[in-house]
Design a protein around this ligand. Structure first.
Ligand code: ADP
Ligand code: ASP
Ligand code: MG
Length: 439
């Protein structure tokens, strides 16, 4: 069994959806195919939710009408027979009837999550219709019947595995099952999602739950590149990565993978391939337990970081100081990414500043607190064994004229992290690209 996930651009045009059908029928292996919403749809749904939240029904209606026009055009190009076009039209009508209702009822967060789920529900239904029209044996596998999160808002892999197993028994004679990425139900039974870009996470969770042989993430680029292609011109695809390396890159900003999407595959040692729907024969990237060793493999950058420094002479020779600091972050459920300490100060970074004011208030009982917003973590990923010399030197040489706020080295052998003001990000990524990869 293989799990194949296709992202928004891979299904965003009728001709691309048709290419997806070709890719999934290239061999007879049974497959679970995870689809995102058509590109642009989730952004549009976010916009509709924002208009409704602001009680601007006029703008919500305009956005809904634009989306409807888009889908009407899409199905005309996707399907050829009158029967299937009518079926597709009925599907679209049903979803837009729901959008119509959202204009009449009061808005709340649960309704917003319902709205966000419509994109994946529509894309998978339309794709399944297309497969049926093409005479391909496939069925729709409703993600909302098995994708679950728990009270901590984390996917409940055991429950997912149990429910998926039951579902797969129902469809044991169907070689191609089409399901929705991103969406799930939460522990209260409400419709929820795995956050933006979450379809990768769905694919990895399904792969782990079904103990698949392989997970393939099909997107609009030929694998994980050595640097962020949105920022740097000269980048190249990396043939092999270890799970740890890929997880670091995803967590620290490589958008090609959802930040949490590696652990389920890693837990069961299932290889993950990153492939390009527009160039299906390109080699892409293989992520697995073993990997070709190289000192520096890739760079990634994560924006929206806040640095917090607590300075106190009470820290000198004291024990228990760090615990008290960390407890405050725990209380406000705020994860820490980077940490550096000196004898009299500790600096940490966070990417969720919802509770920043409360955290700062509580931290000030321990000393003077300084906050720096709009920071970026630049993460250098590779294999850094302690005996190795020269890497740190090369990194510093590349950044001679770029101010660095924090450095973290030695926490993991795969990662060296640097914190700088976001205004320096582009320059830093370009300089590192020149010095570390000679590009
Ligand atoms: P999908 O809609 O298929 O999920 P995404 O837009 O989420 O696709 O992810 C693919 C994009 O990730 C690429 O088009 C590229 O711009 C971006 N990206 C950022 N960093 C990297 C990287 N290191 N390697 C490859 N792509 C990256
Ligand atoms: N459609 C969702 C998003 O745009 C999930 C995904 O594409 O992975 O975030
Ligand atoms: Mg994505």
């Amino acid at each position: 069994m293989q799990v194949l996930k296709f992202g928004g651009t891979s299904v965003g045009r009728p001709d691309r959806m048709k290419s997806v059908a070709e890719i999934i029928t290239r061999n007879d292996e049974s497959k679970i195919v995870v689809l995102s919403a058509l590109s642009g749809t989730t952004n549009a749904l976010v916009g509709i939710g924002e208009s409704l939240a602001a009680d601007d029904k006029g703008s919500a209606k305009d956005k809904i009408d634009m989306l409807r026009t888009h889908y009407n055009g899409f199905i005309k190009e996707l399907l050829t027979t009158e029967d299937k076009q009518e079926e597709a039209q009925a599907i679209i009508e049903e979803h837009f009837e729901f959008f119509g209702i959202t204009l009449k009822i009061s808005f709340n967060e649960a309704l917003n999550r319902d709205i966000l789920a419509q994109g994946e529900l529509m894309s998978t239904k339309l794709f399944t219709l297309y497969l049926q029209e093409s005479g391909i044996n496939a069925a729709l596998l409703p993600a909302l019947e098995f994708m679950r999160t728990n009270e901590e808002e984390e996917p409940d892999l055991d429950l997912i595995a149990e429910r998926l197993k039951e579902k797969l028994k129902e469809y044991k004679d169907v070689p191609l099952l089409i399901t929705q990425g991103y969406i799930c139900k939460n522990y209260k039974g409400e419709i929820d999602n795995l956050h933006r870009g979450g379809s990768d996470y769905t694919a990895s969770l399904i792969g782990a739950a079904a103990r698949a042989d392989e997970i393939q993430i099909w997107t609009d680029i030929d694998g994980m590149h050595n640097n962020d292609p949105r920022v740097v011109d000269k980048t190249y695809p990396i043939a092999e990565l270890s799970f740890d390396e890929a997880a670091e890159l995803a967590y620290f900003g490589a958008k090609i993978l959802h930040p949490a999407s590696i652990w389920p595959a890693q837990k069961y040692g299932i290889p993950v391939k990153l492939l390009n729907t527009m160039q299906p024969d390109a080699k892409g990237t293989v992520i697995s337990k073993t990997t070709i060793s190289a000192d520096v493999k890739a760079l990634a950058a994560k924006d929206g970081i806040t640095a917090i420094k607590v300075k106190s002479t009470r820290m000198l020779l004291a024990y228990g100081f760090l615990r008290k600091i960390f407890e405050i972050f725990e209380k406000y459920r705020t994860p820490i990414d980077m940490i550096t300490t000196s004898e009299v100060a500790v600096s940490v970074t966070i990417d969720e500043d919802e509770n920043l004011e409360k955290i700062t208030d509580e931290l000030s009982q321990f000393g003077q607190v300084e906050i720096d917003k709009d920071q970026t973590i630049i993460c250098v990923v590779g294999n850094f064994v302690a005996e190795q010399k020269g890497i740190v030197n090369k990194i510093f040489e590349s950044l001679t004229d770029i101010p660095i706020r924090m450095i973290s080295y030695g926490g993991s052998r795969h990662n060296i992290s640097l914190l700088t003001d976001s205004a320096n990000k582009e320059r830093a990524l370009k300089r590192l690209n020149e010095h570390l990869f000679g590009l």
